[in-house]
Design a protein around this ligand. Structure first.
Ligand code: MOS
Length: 726
């Protein structure tokens, strides 16, 4: 049976009554051993090695059309099976949360690196070699590839320009104000596993082993791209080696593998190279941001203005929602937002971890630091005193928000009182030492999800859902929820994920995965508890399930002796109308201590602490690891990560992990993460909120603020490389 729950009211805290104590416990990831011993098979590793292998030929112009593709030389080469120039290859499959990609004309090129042809051969080496012998002729058009180009065209969508009160007047009357510009570069999600697909057809039925985050959407996208019905497509992705947004939508290799496999009547594998991942999947948009903050003589904000320019391809639906957190984080009755989209010919710009908050807070939280410095107010105190009572625009209450405590308890734990308010005062040999703080915030989302829970007659449990585990802990957390609810050890629960044959889940995106799909598992288990109660002649409220034993009044019976057949329930959670009720978000605070070398200008993060409140923590260990990952992204954003585009054609100059610098072990000190106990009854039945993206939001700004405190140098152009500090 299916239990459907529309989230349109507060949830009861039933989980606190559960006897097991499995929820919240820091259980290590159950998929860990398979991964570290190489037994977990990723998309590219499925198959028996007899698959044909495809390698892309990609556009070397930013804009124009393909006049001709000369395949002759490649086709004559050893091992080459086919050169596919199906027009469907030229379409940009969807990327980003909107899952709406522009469909170009059959031969149109709109960015450097766009797929034009797929060379298929018996081996990767043969295909790669042959791909270099394809000659493409273009009709190239002039293309604007830079948002700062004087010929750049902008979209200024009405609904994204908002005004409340009068920011200009408030700025003019302010006792203290800042009006500053910040820039952030294009970034890459840089998931460890590249995008990879193996496609195989049986008649009209396609099975694609891929590396994707949101299978129910990905299945529709792939079906759309191929022009077939979704019911003919099965996507399988039991293991995903990171995504960080880059695998929210399917990438061109999935479409190409499917087309080639159909044409050739055999399985085809296409694995993107690292440069292709950079150039042919998606990037996070670069941003230009202007922050205006006005405060009275006590430091109370009277106005906030946040104007952003981002860049996307013409026709792209998604654009980086830069000011997301600025809308609700701080008080101030005058507020103004502008959002401009430069329509340029660069690789598609989609959602990368915490789209909006991650880059918006780099600027907002620097501006708050600048204001604190000008006003002579401690940056922690300035933030705390400007926490609004209600949402400053919607005037709604927050569902739960231990924001102030994250800041104050974090300051205490970090030893913030030792910070010198005057920059450039603390030295350790040739290192200038400084401390910085930033707020963290990320909106919380519930997303529709289903999960099937099978309680077998031997009291073992199987969970099935097309949810993915992209390294986040899904396998473990859903097992914990079922174990908690059914009074069984975690080891008796088998979690099966990543297959569109299972019930449709929310997918891994927007930090909603654990709480949304976890709620579906929870609902199914609630139903099963009712079934178990009936078997012992009572109601669910009157049974205790613990250590594999059902207790009802005086009766105590092992669950395995209570069951005679498998019991099956499907949980289905759906967001309901709570529009009138509350705002929800996760909150936190980041603290960083850096050393900046007085001779070289290089920055080393010495310590970092993140304190977060995100509802019920479902697994202490996986939640903590998510926050570590987010904070490490923050170190990258602050200090090293920057995609460099060639201004002539928009191509990405540093399209590999040797030159696009993500933090490595030596760049990351031991990070500390604390969670404040919280339940959010408005969020979902299990009262948890997302943490995956909370940890990145604001993290980089704590570091650049610490650089200012260490040196007196304010870097407003991310990343804060040494040349900008010296
Ligand atoms: Mo996230 S950017 O929704 O993977």
């Amino acid at each position: 049976m299916t239990v459907h729950h529309k989230m349109d009211r507060q949830s009861d805290d039933v989980l606190s009554d559960m006897a097991q104590g499995v929820i919240g416990t820091g259980a290590p990831r159950v998929d860990g051993p398979a991964k570290v011993t190489g037994q977990a098979k990723y998309a590219a590793e499925i198959g028996d090695g007899t698959e044909a292998v495809g390698v892309f030929v990609r556009a070397t112009i930013a804009k124009g059309s393909v006049k001709s593709v000369d395949k002759a030389a490649a086709l004559a080469m050893s091992g080459v099976v086919s050169v596919i120039t199906d027009e469907r290859l030229l379409r940009n499959p969807a990327q980003g949360t909107a899952n709406e990609a522009p469909i170009q004309g059959a031969s149109a090129v709109s960015y450097f690196g766009q797929p034009i042809a797929l060379v298929v051969a018996e081996s990767f080496e043969q295909a790669r070699h042959a791909a270099q012998h394809i000659t493409v002729e273009y009709d190239a058009d002039d293309a604007v590839t830079d948002p700062t180009d004087e010929n750049a065209q902008f979209d200024v969508p009405d609904e994204k320009q908002t005004e409340q009160g009068d920011v200009s007047t408030a700025m003019a009357q302010a006792a203290f104000s800042v009006d500053v510009n910040y820039t952030t570069p294009s970034q890459n999600s840089a998931a460890m596993e590249p995008h990879a697909s193996i496609a195989q057809w049986e008649g009209d039925e396609l099975t694609l082993h891929g590396s994707y985050q949101m299978l129910k959407y990905n299945r529709n996208e792939l079906a759309d791209a191929l022009g077939i019905a979704a019911k003919h497509v099965r996507i399988v992705a039991p293991y995903v080696g990171g995504g960080f947004g880059s695998k929210l939508g399917i990438a061109p290799e999935a479409v190409a593998a499917a087309i080639a496999a159909k044409e050739l009547g055999r399985p085809v594998r296409v694995v993107m190279t690292r440069p292709q991942v950079f150039e042919t999947t998606m990037r996070r948009s670069s941003t230009q941001q202007r922050l205006r903050l006005a405060a009275d003589s006590d430091g109370n904000l009277t106005a906030i203005g946040h104007d952003a320019t981002v860049s996307n391809l013409p026709g792209e639906e998604f654009s980086e929602p830069v000011a997301l957190a600025t809308h609700f984080l701080y008080a101030g009755k005058n507020r103004s937002y502008a959002h401009r989209i430069a329509r340029i010919h660069r690789t598609c710009a989609g959602s990368m971890r915490a789209p909006g908050e991650a880059v918006g807070m780099l600027a907002l939280e620097n501006a708050m630091d600048e204001l604190a410095h000008k006003a002579g107010i401690d940056p922690v105190a300035l933030r705390v005193q400007n926490i609004p009572e209600k949402h400053p625009e919607s005037d709604k209450e927050f569902s739960s928000r231990r924001f102030a405590e994250c800041l104050t308890q974090g300051a205490e734990k970090f030893g913030w009182s030792a910070r010198s308010a005057v920059p450039g005062q603390v030295r350790d040999g040739e290192w200038l030492i400084g401390m910085g703080v930033s707020s963290a915030a990320r909106g919380n989302i519930l997303s529709e999800a289903k999960a099937r829970v099978i309680l077998h007659a031997d009291a073992s449990v199987t969970i099935e859902t097309d949810m993915t585990d992209i390294g986040t802990g899904s396998y473990t957390i859903f097992g914990q929820i079922a174990a908690e609810m059914l009074g069984l050890p975690l080891s008796s629960v088998t979690v099966k994920l990543g297959d569109t044959d299972y019930p449709e889940a929310a997918g891994s995106g927007g930090s909603w995965g654990a709480s949304s799909v976890g709620s579906a598992v929870f609902l199914a288990c609630q139903s099963l508890r009712g079934d178990i109660a009936k078997l012992v002649g009572t109601d669910a409220a009157d049974i205790t399930l613990k250590d594999g034993v059902v207790t009802a009044g005086n009766v105590q019976r092992p669950l395995s002796e209570t069951l005679s057949v498998d019991l099956i329930a499907v949980g289905h959670i759906e967001p309901g109308d709570m529009s009138g009720a509350v705002e929800h978000a996760g909150f936190g605070a980041h603290f960083a201590e850096v050393g900046v070398n007085a001779v070289t200008g290089e920055t080393r993060v010495r310590r970092m602490l993140g304190v977060f409140s995100a509802g019920r923590i479902l697994n202490e260990q996986t939640a903590r690891s998510q926050c570590y990952g987010g904070m490490i992204f923050g170190i990258g954003a602050a200090l090293t990560e920057e995609m460099v585009h060639d201004h002539r054609d928009g191509h990405i100059v540093n399209h590999n992990l040797a030159e696009y610098h993500i933090p490595v072990n030596l760049d990351v000190p031991q990070l500390e993460v604390e969670f404040l106990e919280e339940r959010d009854s408005w969020a979902n039945p299990i009262q948890a909120k997302g943490v995956g993206e909370l940890g990145i939001s604001g993290a980089g700004a704590a570091i650049t603020n610490a650089i200012f405190n260490a040196t007196g140098v304010r870097v407003r152009d991310y990343p804060a490389t040494l040349d900008k500090i010296l």
